[in-house]
Write a protein that binds this ligand. Structure first.
Ligand code: DGL
Length: 289
């Protein structure tokens, strides 16, 4: 059946802030015919140090917003949790509560372990991600025959949110977190937080060209495509996808940072939390091109 364009429901992609844009840009590249609505809960960023219960409540609030009060006027057909922290804390919980398919992510320990020549792999992520039961299970399943070096990286998410992608301060933090891994001889580094791919040039400089860096975004985009196909939810190929961005923080700051990170103009709306529910500030329903 050929869908009328008015029937196309967007994919919802969300994160605590701009990090999930590293996933959005891959989904947009691989699935250019899909509409996407992105939510950044900038008001609560970072999520990493927050308790699991709070992360679950916030993530459920975002998905409810995208289904019940959709800013595009059309409820999302699938949600992508473009955040390792939320996936670690809340994925199973969210899948039990919502009737739509939900794509989540785990640090790319499996492909890293499979490809590491010297069997030494580094993983950087938030505290919630590295302490999660799902991470322990992942290591147990796929990485028992490699030396794994993990590191929680406080303040890196904040550096990205400030747009400090390649400053002396960011580089000093990266040296502090990564020098011990390089000294231990890692040959592969997993970016276990979706904010970190925006630091790629600085990270590569700090670890050197001999270390392969794994950004999970292309694999998440492929998984999104598989889940859409499996549920017969794909938009008609050939149309041009439309994008809308919503932040719970300051719209102008989000817009300028998102435009810099994505290298394109973006349309931004703002939303507010009221009694645990998320509501849009404005009510117009236009998409950007
Ligand atoms: N982008 C999130 C992740 O992938 C960020 C975490 C945070 O808000 O602490 O883990």
């Amino acid at each position: 059946m050929v869908m009328d364009d008015g029937d196309v429901r967007p994919i919802g992609v969300f994160d605590s802030g701009v990090g999930g844009l590293s996933v959005l840009r891959e989904i947009a590249r691989q699935l250019p015919h899909e509409d996407i609505v992105y939510v950044a809960d900038t008001a609560h960023c970072p999520y990493g140090p927050r308790p699991q219960d709070e992360i679950r409540r916030l993530a459920a609030g975002i998905i409810s917003f995208l289904i019940e009060r959709p800013p595009t006027g059309r409820p999302i057909k699938l949600a992508v949790v473009a955040c390792n922290t939320i996936s670690a804390a809340a994925l199973a919980f969210l899948r039990e509560r919502f009737p739509i398919p939900i794509v989540g992510m785990v640090p790319a320990v499996k492909p890293a372990a499979a490809s590491s020549p010297r069997r030494k792999v580094g993983v950087i992520a938030t505290q919630t991600t590295l302490q999660a039961q799902v991470f322990a299970e992942l290591v147990e399943r796929f990485a028992t025959d490699v030396d794994l070096y993990t590191r929680v990286c406080p303040r890196l998410v904040e550096q990205v949110e400030r747009g400090d992608l390649d400053t002396a301060e960011t580089e000093a933090l990266l040296h502090m977190y990564l020098d011990p891994m390089v000294a231990a001889g890692i040959d592969t580094l997993v970016l276990g937080c979706t904010h970190y791919p925006f630091l790629l040039p600085a990270i590569q400089r700090v670890v050197g060209s001999g270390v392969s860096i794994i950004d999970p975004a292309p694999a998440i985009a492929r998984q999104t495509e598989r889940v859409l196909e499996g549920n017969q939810l794909g938009a008609p190929v050939g149309r041009r996808g439309r994008y809308l961005y919503v932040t719970t923080g300051d719209g102008a700051s989000f817009r300028s940072l998102a435009e810099r990170l994505l290298d394109r103009a973006v349309a931004v709306r703002t939303a507010k939390w009221v009694d645990g529910q998320l509501y849009e500030d404005q009510t117009t329903h236009a998409h950007d091109a």
